[in-house]
Design a protein around this ligand. Structure first.
Ligand code: PMP
Length: 366
C-alpha cells in the first residue's frame, strides 16, 4: 500500500478550492471587474484578421520572447506614465496573474517571504502557496489607506523577498500615493516591490502611476493587464514594466512558448485599437463616481475608489444581501472584509438594475 493519500496532493493543497468567482448566467454580471463594453466590429475584424495571419503559421512555435508585442506594450506604457521604456523593460504572459506567479517563482521560494497589506487581492496568497513562499500580511487602516510608517516598520521587520500591493487596490479601490511606492522600494532593499496596476487606467485625475518612479528604483515592478480598461479579459494578456535585470530573471522561469502566436497577434491588433478600446474609461470613471455618491446617499459606507468597482457595506448578513440581489438578476461579489460587498461598474442600464435590486433588498430586510 502506498503511503501517499489519494489524490496524492501535497499537504498545503489538501482541501483547497480552485480560485474563482461564481460564473452564473444572469442578465447583469457585475462581479469580476470586466469592462462591460466589448470591442467594436472594426476592432474585432482587425483582431480576427491578425489571428487569421497567425493561424497560417501555427505549424511553428511562436516568438518565444514576444519581441514585437513587448515593444508595442512599451510604446503604450510610455503614453501613460512610462519613461522611455523599451522592449527590454517589458515582459508579458497569459494575464497579469501569470506574470505575478512568474515573479514569485523567480524571487520567492522556500525560506523567502512575500508580504502584502490586507485587505488585498485574494490571489496573492495562492501565488505564495504555489511557489512555496511564506505569506505574511500587514494591515491597512480602517479607511483602507496604508499607514506609511507602520508599513515601513513591517517591511524592515519581515525583510520580504517580494512585496505585492495593488494600486488601485482590489477589493477596496484605494490608490497608493507616490510616496508610498518610494518608501516601500527604499525599505525593501533588494526585495522586489510589485505595484499591481491592473486597474491603473481607471485612477482619478492627478493620481500618478507608479511607472513615473520606475527609473529611480531597480527593485520596482509595475504590472498591468489588458483585462480591465482594455476590455480584453478573454484574450488573457498581462504584462510588467521593470528594470531589464528583473525581466531577464523572469525569463528564467517562464515556460518555453508560454504566449501563443494567437494571443500575441490578438494583443498586438488590440493595441493598434487602444484609443477605441480604452474609449469608455472616462465614462466608467464617471459612472463609478456616481455610484459612490448614490451608495453614500443610501446611508451606506463606501470606500473611495480609483478603480472600476466600488466596495460598500456594511451588512450584518452580506451573503443574504448578495443572494437576494442575485435573485433579482444582478450578480455582484461577496469579497473583502466581513460585511462588505463589491460591485463592478457596468453600463448605465446595468447600474440602474443594480440600484433597483439593492434598494428592494435593503427595503425587504429593514
Ligand atoms: N490584479 C488584480 C488586483 C486583479 O483584480 C486581477 C483580476 N481580478 C488581476 C491582477 C489579474 O488579472 P488578469 O490575470 O486578467 O490580468
Amino acid at each position: 500500500m502506498s503511503a501517499l493519500p489519494w489524490p496524492p496532493l501535497r499537504d498545503a493543497l489538501v482541501g483547497e478550492e480552485p480560485y474563482g468567482a461564481p460564473q452564473i448566467d444572469v442578465p447583469v454580471q457585475l462581479n469580476t471587474n470586466e469592462n462591460p463594453y466589448g470591442p467594436s466590429a472594426a476592432a474585432a475584424a482587425d483582431i480576427a484578421e491578425a489571428v487569421r495571419g497567425a493561424a497560417l503559421t501555427l505549424n511553428r512555435y511562436p516568438d518565444r520572447e514576444a519581441h514585437a508585442l513587448r515593444a508595442d506594450l512599451a510604446t503604450y506604457l510610455n503614453a501613460d506614465g512610462g519613461q522611455q521604456l523599451s522592449e527590454a523593460n517589458v515582459w508579458a504572459a497569459n494575464g497579469s496573474n501569470e506574470v505575478m506567479l512568474q515573479l514569485l517563482q523567480a524571487f520567492g521560494g522556500p525560506g523567502r517571504v512575500a508580504l502584502s497589506f490586507a485587505p488585498t487581492y485574494s490571489m496573492y496568497p495562492e501565488y505564495a502557496r504555489d511557489s512555496l513562499t511564506e505569506w505574511v500580511v500587514g494591515h491597512r487602516e480602517s479607511d483602507f489607506s496604508l499607514d506609511l510608517e507602520a508599513a515601513r516598520r513591517k517591511v524592515l521587520e519581515v525583510q520580504p523577498a517580494v512585496v505585492l500591493l495593488p494600486s488601485p487596490n482590489n477589493p477596496t479601490g484605494t490608490a497608493l500615493p507616490p510616496e508610498a511606492v518610494a518608501m516601500l522600494c527604499e525599505a525593501a532593499g533588494n526585495g522586489i516591490v510589485v505595484i499591481d496596476e491592473a486597474y491603473g487606467e481607471f485612477r482619478r485625475e492627478g493620481v500618478p502611476s507608479a511607472l513615473e518612479v520606475l527609473p529611480r528604483y531597480r527593485n520596482l515592478v509595475v504590472t498591468r493587464t489588458m483585462s480591465k480598461a482594455f476590455a480584453l479579459a478573454g484574450a488573457r494578456l498581462g504584462y510588467l514594466a521593470a528594470h531589464p535585470d528583473v525581466v531577464d530573471a523572469v525569463r528564467v522561469v517562464r515556460l518555453p512558448y508560454h504566449l501563443s502566436a494567437v494571443t500575441q497577434a490578438a494583443a498586438r491588433a488590440a493595441l493598434r485599437h487602444a484609443p477605441e478600446l480604452l474609449g469608455k474609461v472616462a465614462e466608467l470613471r464617471a459612472e463609478r463616481d456616481d455610484t459612490v455618491a448614490w451608495l453614500r446617499a443610501q446611508g451606506l459606507e463606501v470606500a473611495d475608489s480609483d478603480a472600476n468597482f466600488v466596495l460598500f457595506g456594511t451588512f450584518a448578513d452580506r451573503h443574504a444581501v448578495w443572494q437576494q440581489v442575485l435573485e433579482r438578476g444582478v450578480l455582484i461579489r461577496e469579497t473583502g472584509p466581513d460585511g462588505w460587498l463589491r460591485v463592478s461598474i457596468g453600463t448605465p442600464e446595468e447600474m440602474t438594475a443594480f440600484k433597483s435590486a439593492l434598494v428592494a433588498v435593503v427595503e425587504e430586510n429593514r
